[in-house]
Design a protein around this ligand. Structure first.
Ligand code: ZN
Length: 364
């Protein structure tokens, strides 16, 4: 058998990948931001020079705090206030993910952020869905396949979670795979939205919760034990409940053990965590320890525009820092596919007929 190819960015782009944590308003193409701003008369961009704007997004997001990171979204959301804009952004998202080798993605967005010019929540959801349908069709025309579900986010600092949860349930047979809460974590604990989570559970609907990104263990504990989150967005601070002795022996606290025992998926986004200051560097990212301990870890982009990343570039960075091989990339990908908010039979189909064959020539 020939040697496996090295884990270069180009080679990683060729294998099938699964993305569970990606924000629609964090993944626009820089030239699209400029064109949409012009089309709808949005005048607040820091620059209309495309390369300069692209750099500006990354630098502004690099400032080291989640709050200023979130400020960059004023511009992306500012240009996404019409049906045409939402259709275009979603269609391009599907194309960009497929070009990176993603075969299944759950892309999330907060409908309440796109109603400044009079769109209803339902109109937002229908426009985004039309965009993903269009993008998926264009991808298929080029001989690739991608399947995309959406997650509807409610913003933690607003008070519309029950309303958004209702939209998520109403559109669950029309492309909406689940629900999430996003926005500033400190001061806005998951239990503030308990009504929404109870409504979703009553309706057998899926949800994940951003927890343990900018705030510690209590946020994770509430998300799982009070709210019933099936997955954790980031979940980085679960390492605070893991102690290592000098001889390398590792001890899991009760919460960390629960998360691992229950196979609760962690939607980890390494570059984003470095940018917001949740961790100091990729090399120090807890994903290394958590993967070694066989937590249900997945690799995600969070915001491709702000981080200048793709799923493939995240894997390339992790491979560089942790020495990962193709077996590891395959393991992370299977973890993600198993954790998707997609029917069991469809997950199994993607695992057996797309993912495993896609790595068959690389391992063993
Ligand atoms: Zn996120």
């Amino acid at each position: 058998m020939p040697d496996n190819p090295p884990l270069t960015l180009e080679n990683i782009r060729e294998v099938p990948k699964v993305l569970l944590h990606d924000h629609l308003d964090g993944g626009l193409r820089p030239d699209t931001v400029v064109e949409l701003a012009d089309a709808i008369g949005y005048r607040n961009l820091p620059t209309t020079d495309v390369p300069e704007l692209s750099r500006w997004f990354r630098e502004a997001a690099d400032s080291g705090s989640l709050e200023s990171y979130l400020e960059t979204f004023a511009h992306t959301c500012g240009v996404m206030q019409t049906e045409e804009a939402l259709v275009r952004v979603a269609a391009e998202c599907a194309e960009d993910l497929a070009a990176d080798g993603v075969v299944y993605a759950e892309v999330r967005y907060a409908p309440e952020l796109f109603v400044e010019r009079g769109l209803t929540l339902d109109a937002v959801v229908e426009a985004v869905q039309a965009g993903f349908d269009e993008g998926t069709r264009r991808v298929a025309e080029r001989g690739r396949n991608i399947r995309i579900g959406t997650l509807l986010c409610a913003m933690r600092q607003h008070a519309r979670a029950t309303e958004i949860a209702d939209v998520a349930v109403r559109y669950r047979d029309a492309g909406v795979a689940g629900f999430d809460i996003a926005g500033p974590e400190a001061g806005f604990p998951p239990t503030r939205n308990l009504d929404a989570f109870e409504y979703l559970r009553t309706n057998n609907a899926h949800f994940t919760i951003h927890a343990g990104e900018a705030f510690g263990l209590p946020s994770i504990w509430e998300a799982i034990q009070h709210c019933g989150a099936e997955r954790l967005g980031h979940g980085v601070s679960i390492v605070d409940d893991i102690k290592s002795d000098a001889d390398g022996t590792v001890h899991l606290g009760r919460l960390a053990a629960y998360v691992r025992d229950r196979r609760i998926p962690l939607e980890m986004c390494p570059s984003s965590n470095v940018q917001t200051g949740a961790v100091r560097s990729i090399a120090e990212h807890p994903i290394g320890l958590l993967a070694r301990l066989r937590f249900r870890v997945t690799v995600n982009t969070d915001n491709r525009l702000m981080s200048g990343c793709t799923v493939s570039s995240e894997f390339a960075a992790l491979a560089r820092e942790f020495g990962y091989g193709w077996d590891d990339v395959r393991w992370f990908t299977l973890n993600a596919m198993k954790s998707a908010f997609l029917d069991f039979d469809r997950r199994l189909d993607l695992i057996n007929n797309v993912i495993k064959p896609g790595y068959a020539h690389l391992t063993n």
